[in-house]
Design a protein around this ligand. Sequence first.
Ligand code: FES
Length: 157
Amino acid sequence: MKIEESCVARRRFLCRMLGGGTAALGAGAAVPLIQYAGNFRPDPPPAFMEIEAKDFELPPGKARMLLYGRIPVLLIRTESGAGELKVFVATCTHLSCTVRYAEESRQIACACHGGYFDLEGKVISGPPPRPLQQFHQKMKDGKLIIALEQANLDKAS
Ligand code: FES
């Protein structure tokens, strides 16, 4: 073998080694990246959810946050009358920040851009373009059942 042929053969060998190593590194990095991206795939929310009494029995004027799958839920026991239970999707209709109940003003507030909603979910002020979505609800066997769709609430037996 001549010296020139030997150099070309060594160079080819090194190039293949480097190329193979780079491909292995790329594949090794791609697997966790794909798994990480898969975590952003939204799980569908449940058709309905049963809430135990200890989680929805609130004194008048108090509120509690729960999760409906990944959807934040705001339960509010109003102070008027017998204390009606309001159940909202606690996601602001502006840019999807989570809203909270402001006891002092008896309004639902979004801290992100100063949006306010009344206890019917209607926009009082700020940038939210639409009212808050309310859950459909019913009582069954001492439990509160909530659903985003009336048809799913009807299926809950
Ligand atoms: S996200 Fe709620 S006011 Fe902007």
